[in-house]
Design a protein around this ligand. Sequence first.
Ligand code: NAP
Length: 483
Amino acid sequence: MAARTIPVDAFDLVIFGATGDLALRKILPALYRRFLAGQMPADAQIVGAARSALDDAAYRARAREALGDRVAGDKRDPAILDAFLDLLFYVRIDATGEAGWDALCDRLRPGRVHAFYFSVAPGLFAPLAERLHAHGLAGPEARIVIEKPFGHDLASARALNATLAQHFDEGQVYRIDHYLGKETVQNLMAIRFANMLFEPLWNAHYVDHVQITVAETVGVDGRGPYYDGSGAMRDMVQNHLMQLLCLIAMEPPARFEPDAVRDEKVKVIRALDPIAPADIVRGQYAAAGGRPGYLDAVEDPGSRTESFVALKVHVSNWRWAGTPFYLRTGKRLRARVSEIAVIFKDPPHSIFGDGARRGNELVIRVQPDEGITMRVTIKEPGPGGMRLIEVPLDMSFAEALGDAGADIPDAYERLLMDVIRGNQTLFMRGDEVEAAWAWTDPVIAGWDARGDRPVAYESGGAGPEEALALMHRDGRRWRAMEG
Ligand code: NAP
């Protein structure tokens, strides 16, 4: 089964921060793969913009090198690569000054979509929006793509939204959360709203609880100073885990359209209960086995920033009242795994004896090995009475979909093409980001006010003991953390 791609119209895409890590490691490879898939018109134009002294040829050479590192050998067709590199141009520009803006205006062609990707430090988002407007580049053909983090708290997110709104309509602003571009995450909506099987059970009557895990094996390493000003609550929970929670908890939108979907997501965030201190655990990984601990990787030896968070939250509405959502995320954990597990209640009565009352589990694996597993109870084969066992009904997308499943596009591929098409469904709206900060801020303010320190946890484990206790005290347990 071949993946179906719908070509997009001709466009000019400007990547601000074109010499940076994200541009070279994610954005250019994603564009190349879309080009390879035949989705990009031959007269598309990709303009790299940064302060480094490069010309078109030097930038193409840098892009070639980056693609060599990031694109699998069987996808590196030399003729196609050359044709792709021909679409690339470079403009030397300063986001905070006047240098380069006239050259950029000259490079862009009228009558096409102009997409501007802000792949620069967050402090440059507002100056870039202002300069685009000042140079007449904020017309209806313009779209701006804003990377994370979108603000540091509610006040800064509001200020950034207000600045963007001075120069662009909300319909031109694409706030990216790459989790929403992942196939399995979109599949969550397909599973819920294109099947009859799950939705009748998708509520507090039948769902005991939901677990969302985003675990990483890496530490903060080279990103220590940046990360230390942020922490897991801001860097992961406020955006990625919140988005996953929204897709699980939201009501069915009337249509799969940007505002219909985003309206429902905002309602979920606004229905979240505040978090009591007893319902949240934060941790910091300790040094172990010669590997540095969190405090060795950051500048402040007394840092109270968390590299791990586990929490319990309730969505206070008719559908979910009484069903807790447990979220956890952290660094230097046992496995690299992102998954959502919907744990159903036990059957109300067992005809097989008490030990047989086991709830079903629906597990949506976001990474690695994207797919879905349903745990069901069956009879253990063989004579000797009715013994029950639990087995997984496992659907790996790679296996189920053959070639098309083995070649799942990277999140950035999907999201970049959505920007060109003008489809905001998988991007966060301004009010959504603000609602998420409004929920997150009091938690962080509470830690600061109490001077709480994160608890230390062992690298390579499942996080602090206190996180396990958060579940145990409710008579539940986290799923095993397996990659
Ligand atoms: P980076 O490697 O530090 O790159 C920053 C880019 O900005 C460079 O190309 C730099 O090039 C350019 N730049 C700096 N000052 C500039 C100025 N005054 N005018 C014009 N260009 C300027 O950062 P990054 O890791 O790519 O991250 C970019 C953005 O994506 C950040 O907001 C980050 O939070 C977000 N993000 C990154 C990742 C990731 O995996 N890297 C993941 C999620 C989100 P010159 O020095 O040549 O100007």
